[in-house]
Design a protein around this ligand. Structure first.
Ligand code: TMP
Length: 215
């Protein structure tokens, strides 16, 4: 049986990576093998692209459409090298950001046409679409507060997207909510303002509810 494909989406600091890893542990406890991966990145080529996108590694910021296409290139590589082969083997894939990030950030955030992005996404994913997308929703200010704590703890600095102004991130958050409204079958909204353990319980209940037959 094909594995399930679950994506986590949401604004900055919404706890996607932590929750993805908690979900994988929970699945393992039920005897379900699942792999974690992320976008941009997740393959050798994808991680190179991630560096270019986040830290101007090429020495200049990509133009808007170039930025979008770099995300799409990383995505297609990840699909063909990691996501599709695992799903075909029956392994579940938990992906930290996926195609909806492009609609939210490059579409609603930067202002590129969302319907054109959706068409490009369809081309890129080549029929590999998530069975379930968990939107970890959180107020922008709360997300940035968490990020600031992470910087202090790990000594990291803000990347190119985190440096965008507040209104950009407000558009991204609102955009995500619009995407969820357009596709209620695939999306579930999770309140990410809760404590991590409570968020994990909401996620587990949702996964059980939506893909119950497989657990
Ligand atoms: P993150 O993995 O730490 O969340 O960083 C990825 C950044 O890239 C984040 O700010 C969102 C942004 N992004 C886009 O703008 N478009 C995309 O398609 C993806 C996957 C990420």
């Amino acid at each position: 049986m094909r594995g399930k494909f679950i994506t986590l989406e949401g604004p900055e600091g919404s706890g996607k990576s932590t929750q993805a890893k908690m979900l994988i542990r929970r699945l393992a406890d039920c005897g379900i093998e699942a792999v974690y991966t992320r976008e941009p990145g997740g393959t050798a080529l994808g991680e190179e692209i991630r560096n270019i996108l986040q830290h101007n590694q090429a020495g200049e910021a990509p133009c808007e459409r170039a930025e979008l296409l770099l995300f799409e290139a990383s995505r297609n590589q990840l699909i063909e090298k990691v996501i599709r082969p695992n799903l075909e083997k029956g392994v579940w894939v938990i992906c930290d950001r996926f195609m909806d990030s492009t609609a939210a950030y490059q579409g609603y955030g930067r202002g590129l046409p969302v319907n054109e992005i959706e068409a490009i996404n369809r081309f890129t994913v080549n029929k590999v679409v998530p069975d379930l997308t968990l939107l970890l929703d959180l107020e922008v200010a709360a997300g940035f507060k968490r990020i600031a704590q992470r910087y202090l703890a790990l000594g990291e600095t803000a990347d190119r997207f985190e440096q965008e102004d507040r209104s950009f991130h407000e558009r991204v958050r609102a955009g995500y909510l619009k995407l969820a409204e357009k596709e209620p079958e695939r999306f579930r909204i999770i309140n990410a303002a809760q404590e991590p353990d409570a968020v994990a319980v909401s996620i587990w209940d949702t996964v059980n509810d939506v893909v119950r037959q497989s657990i």
